[in-house]
Write a protein that binds this ligand. Structure first.
Ligand code: ATP
Ligand code: MG
Ligand code: MG
Length: 379
């Protein structure tokens, strides 16, 4: 039985454990808060500290990109870490991420790095308004961002950003990006094995509510866009000599894709693969890092994923809708927290849309703010 250690003990590690069990993989997770190695699905079971976890593991991976750098170094020294610490760090630092995109000639929003007021003024003249400012480190779910739409607001935005930089005592930096007038947001989840084999899932359309992913839909896609996204995936993963699942978020503008950001891990916009693809992203990530043949990434049928945000129960009536599954993460209830997700499939896009409309009537609007509107628009 091969032993896998995941850095981070959240829902992604949990779903890796669930996917790894049939493959006879033993998945444990390093909880970065308690500093203990635990069983992801029953975290009350503890298995020692990081050093013991590393020694016991055959393979180490990460479920998030904001892992402390000394932890990454300790894991890399064991030669068991996939993807590499370099790839994980790039996903956690927007400055490194932008230079990777530039070196791979991957189209992305015009940007500028900001560390002081002079940079801020330069950014405004180099990029025209509106501009989105993002903290270089630690941002997720739209946190650590400022939007500047009109010149009158510049002073207030700068004061807030200056306070943020000062509080971080030079450890932080800010990336200014031109606001992209996108038609839609899509992401590509794919996987690469050590021998260079690559498999990518169909592009997924993503909808956000207050900066948090709310709905992802995978359905047959435009071949031109799929090809473009696949080329970016190949270029980035080859440059990084990447092993495992990597997600790329894109803005679609007409028939062009601009990279928003990358995630060096399994990704929320890939959760639909549990019911909608031949092999789910969690299994494919484990296959890649354990150097097993990759599984097919083909779409089985149109599928949508709906995040359950801030609620720890939903009506059981949703289970009466055909092809609906619920995945709870066993996390404490907190506003704005991802607590679980629902996958729903349909034999056709129309049937999927009808099931989304049905779901919207059963789920509380507080936890699923834009679902009803999205379901109607998708119909
Ligand atoms: P995640 O949880 O996906 O990691 P994050 O906090 O890293 O989120 P981004 O994905 O960079 O943040 O931005 C969050 C959302 O803000 C995007 O999905 C998009 O809707 C919007 N956004 C970000 N950058 C831009 C941009 N340059 N132009 C237009 N909209 C943007
Ligand atoms: Mg991000
Ligand atoms: Mg994002």
């Amino acid at each position: 039985m091969k032993k896998v250690l995941v850095l981070g003990a959240g829902q992604l590690a949990r779903m890796m454990e669930l996917a790894g069990t049939p493959l006879n993989l033993d998945v444990k997770a390093f909880d970065v808060r308690s500093l203990k190695v635990v069983q992801p699905i029953s975290p009350e079971h503890e298995y020692g500290n990081l050093a013991q976890g590393i020694a016991n593991a055959d393979v180490i991976t990460a479920e998030f990109e904001h892992v402390a750098h000394d932890t990454l170094s300790e894991c890399e020294a064991s030669s068991k870490l996939y993807p590499s610490s370099n790839a994980i760090k790039i996903g956690g630092d927007r400055r490194l991420e932008k230079s990777l995109l530039e070196s791979c000639q991957a189209a992305n929003a015009k940007h500028y790095f900001v560390n002081n007021k002079a940079d801020f003024d330069q950014a405004i003249s180099a990029l025209s308004l509106p501009i989105i400012f993002k903290s270089a480190l630690e941002g997720y779910d739209g946190k650590g961002q400022w939007r500047l739409k009109t010149p009158e607001d510049a002073e207030a935005v700068w004061l807030d950003m200056a306070k943020f930089l000062a509080d971080a005592k030079d450890t932080q930096s800010i990336v200014a990006e031109q606001m992209v007038p996108f038609d839609r947001e899509v992401s590509l989840v794919g996987v690469r094995r050590k021998n260079g084999d690559i498999a990518v899932y169909p592009l997924t359309e993503n909808h956000h509510t207050q900066g948090i992913l709310s709905v992802s839909v995978a359905a047959p896609v435009n071949e031109t866009l799929q090809k473009q996204a696949g080329e970016v995936f190949k270029a980035l993963t080859e440059e990084l000599n990447y092993v495992g699942v990597l997600a790329i978020e894109f803005f679609q503008v007409g028939e062009t894709l601009l990279v928003n950001e990358i995630a060096p891990r399994v990704h929320n916009s890939g959760h639909w693969t549990q019911q909608g693809a031949d092999t789910c992203q969690f299994e494919n990530h484990l296959r890649a890092i354990c150097d097993l043949p990759l599984g097919s990434t083909s779409l089985v049928r149109p599928t949508a994923m709906i995040n359950i945000i801030g609620e720890d129960e939903v009506s059981n009536d949703v289970l009466a809708i055909p092809s609906v599954t619920i995945h709870w993460y066993n996390k404490g209830k907190r506003a704005g927290r991802k607590m679980g997700h629902i996958n729903v499939s349909g034999e056709s896009e129309l049937i999927l849309a009808q099931r989304l409309v049905q779901l919207a009537t059963l789920l509380p609007a507080s936890a699923f703010p834009d679902l009803a509107e999205f379901a109607q628009s998708y119909l």
